[in-house]
Write a protein that binds this ligand. Structure first.
Ligand SMILES: O=P(O)(O)OC[C@@H](O)[C@@H](O)c1c[nH]c2ccccc12
Length: 398
């Protein structure tokens, strides 16, 4: 019943499998111990396993691994860095792990696909699932378009527009929070929001209805969005500055967003350690992009307030781990010292998610937001731009 299959003999001898090789090696590191990619298949009776096959790595120390397969040791180091990243993030209260701690959920070994379903490498919630998927997706995209090709594309990209300035101006003009209207076809929590979705039509309608800026979902798997949508909206001549709504886990995505016409990007504090946020904000400054840094609890807010150069903080009323929506979250995070510090620093706060009525808008404005980010309540209406008047209680188009 048991059979040993080495990674070398399986993966490299089956060309068809090479394209689908995982980003991470099919083994894990626990401190000084290297787990080699030797694979045993056990009986399907193993209780905790939903898969057809169970992959049980054998162990050996790092030096003997080096003698056997230097490339494997290099990959092991790469994996170790990923592990350290998880530990660093955890020390900042980040529960979302950047990669599966014991290897990717799908292991491709030769022509076989091994799916392991154990506690360690099964995502704990939807946000973690999205992040793991994104990490692999970005790895593939980076191979297809290495960073130097993006730098070239950036030289030809259209100039960026002032996202923060547009929000301030709308706020000044209307006396209401500036609107970032979201071009969103679907979401994991709500399913499809708009059938016959035409992103350019929705964007133009929002602009006509008085939106200051637009947010365009680019994640394909969970939100049915795309970078093509972002690019098409930009090229159609929509003047509202555009936020690329993406799960950013790698700086490469920022450059890519810039080549596709973004004026701003989203950084989610629940998945990015402080150092990543700092570094990515610096990249944004160099590229002329605004960064909307999203938080959803006190700890994330305190981390982000302390980061130099933050101009826009989004408070998400939806917990991305549980999907629960509670608009009092915006109020809670702006009370007392935190609100005072934010005002002193001149940071614009964006109230995000779950806003449906003029009362909701008034409530978050009272709490201290200078802008709101709204998707569902607008995009579900037959005329999304017209729906803006309903949301704000009056016409804000002129
Ligand atoms: O559709 P709503 O409830 O109005 O929410 C919009 C926006 O806040 C939400 O889409 C969002 C906020 N932060 C995110 C991060 C990723 C994906 C989506 C989001």
């Amino acid at each position: 019943m048991e059979g040993l299959v080495s990674m070398k003999s399986s993966a490299s001898s089956h060309p068809a499998a090479i394209g689908s090789l995982p980003r991470r090696p099919t083994f894990s590191i626990r401190r000084s111990q290297v787990t080699l990619p030797r694979v045993k298949r056990f009986s399907a009776a193993a209780a905790s396993i939903r898969a057809q096959q169970f992959v049980q790595p054998d162990t050996m120390d790092a030096s003997s691994a080096a003698r056997e397969e230097p490339e494997i040791v290099l990959k092991a180091k790469e994996w170790e860095v990923g592990m350290l990243q998880n530990e660093l993030a955890e020390s900042q209260g980040i529960r979302i792990r950047r990669q599966p701690p014991t290897g990717p959920p799908l292991h491709y070994v030769g022509p076989f696909e091994f799916r392991i379903q154990n506690e360690g490498n099964t995502p704990r919630n939807i946000l973690e699932e999205i992040v793991w998927h994104k990490d692999n997706e970005v790895h593939q995209l980076k191979q297809w378009k290495p960073i130097y090709t993006l730098k070239k594309a950036m030289e030809d990209a259209l100039p960026t527009r002032d996202f923060v300035g547009a929000l301030r101006e709308a706020n000044r003009r209307t006396g209401l929070p500036g609107l970032i209207a979201e071009v969103k076809k679907a979401s994991p929590s709500r399913g499809v929001l708009r059938e016959n979705f035409d992103p350019v039509e929705v964007a133009q309608s929002y602009e006509k209805g008085g939106a200051a800026c637009l947010s365009v979902l680019t994640d394909a798997k969970y939100f049915q969005g795309s970078f093509e949508n972002l690019e098409a909206i930009r090229k159609a001549g929509v003047k509202c500055p555009l936020l690329c709504k993406e799960f950013i886990v790698d700086a490469w995505q920022i450059y890519y967003a810039r080549t596709k016409g973004a004026d701003a990007i989203l950084l989610i504090a629940a998945i990015l350690p402080d150092l990543d946020i700092k570094y990515m904000i610096k990249i944004c400054k160099v590229l002329g992009l605004a960064a909307l840094v999203e938080v959803h609890d006190e700890r994330e807010m305190d981390r982000v307030i302390g980061i130099e150069g933050v101009e826009l903080i989004g408070i998400n009323n939806r917990n991305l781990e549980t999907f629960e929506v509670d608009i009092s979250n915006t109020k809670k995070l702006l009370e007392g010292e935190r609100g005072k510090l934010i005002r002193e620093k001149g940071i614009i706060v964006v109230g995000e998610s779950g806003l449906f009525t003029p009362e909701h808008i008034a409530y978050v404005q009272e709490a201290g937001v200078g802008a709101v980010l709204v998707g569902e309540s607008l995009v579900k209406q037959s005329d999304p731009g017209q729906a803006i008047s309903g949301l704000f209680g009056r016409d804000i188009s002129s």
